[in-house]
Design a protein around this ligand. Structure first.
Ligand SMILES: Nc1ncnc2c1ncn2[C@@H]1O[C@H](COP(=O)(O)OP(=O)(O)OP(=O)(O)O)[C@@H](O)[C@H]1O
Length: 258
């Protein structure tokens, strides 16, 4: 791999004496689709929270395109190309789909409020056009004028991805994208994420559904008790004894599609 887009070295985090992330090294190349998997409590969400700045590491480095993210405030990291979808960033129900998508662009505009003004100004109009175009590319144009509250859950997830794209991220963190989706909705989301990746966005995904991971990711890193115990293609890690043991024997059939 040439210089990685995301470069995590020696990352550590403990809470009240509990070592939750224990010296993690993880590299993700530009354009890659990588999964971070592991049993419940392995530390996956904590790693995401360290990347997006919700927590500060005890020690270790997190670099995005060579830039040290650690001293950068969480809300500013998006300007450097880091976006996150699916957790704590729900759509606003009483706004339309288009308005919600537009909110994703506030990082490039004059703040969230400016996004919602019926602007005749060039930049506002251009962003609206971009939002419409991104909805069209995602096959969601029909829903642009609908209130987000009325959308089916699977559609909401796809709109959340489109909204994240408005910030023009280089790296998109996806936290359990499949949670709560039925099979059909998962397929639609999988197709959308492939499209997003083809557009040049690098994906790092925490996901329990190994069928989905096998369908999306070229590589997976496995965490257990805060340590990386395996890394490889989804099919490779499915055969790794340490991984099977970490999942207490539940892994093989769930990996079968990988
Ligand atoms: N803010 C916190 N304070 C104390 N302990 C925490 C905090 N955040 C996480 N932990 C602990 O760190 C451990 C790892 O949690 P984390 O949520 O990162 O795991 P996970 O791999 O994402 O699990 P899951 O798959 O269940 O979401 C758990 O034991 C959890 O209780």
């Amino acid at each position: 791999m040439s210089a990685p887009l995301l470069d995590i070295r020696g990352l550590r985090k403990s809470f009240g004496g509990l070592d939750v992330v224990r010296g993690l090294d993880l590299q993700v190349g530009a354009g890659e689709r990588v999964a971070l998997i592991g049993p419940n409590g392995a530390g996956k969400t904590t790693v995401f929270n360290l990347i997006n700045g919700y927590y500060a590491p005890d020690t270790g480095e997190i670099r995005l395109a060579g830039l040290d993210l650690v001293p950068i405030a969480p809300r500013r990291r998006i300007r450097h190309g880091l976006a996150r979808s699916f957790q704590n960033i729900r759509l606003i129900g009483h706004l339309t789909v288009l308005e919600n998508v537009l909110l994703g662009a506030h990082v490039h505009a004059g703040g969230p409020l400016a996004m919602l003004l019926p602007m005749a100004l060039g930049r506002g109009r251009a962003l609206r056009e971009e939002a419409r175009a991104r909805l069209a590319e995602a096959g969601l144009s029909n829903h642009a004028g609908s209130l987000a509250a009325g959308l089916a859950y699977g559609l909401r997830k796809r709109v959340e991805v489109v909204r994240a794209l408005m910030a023009r991220p280089r790296l998109l963190l996806l936290d359990e994208p499949c949670a709560g989706l039925n099979t059909q909705e998962r397929s639609a989301l999988l197709a959308e994420l492939h499209r997003v990746a083809e557009g040049g966005v690098t994906l790092l995904v925490v996901e329990h559904d190994m069928h989905f991971v096998g369908g999306l990711c070229q590589r997976a890193a496995v965490l257990n008790f805060g340590e990386k115990i395996a890394e490889g293609t989804p099919a490779e890690i499915a055969r790794e004894p340490a991984v099977i043991e970490a999942y207490l024997g539940h892994a093989p059939e769930r990996y079968a599609h990988a």
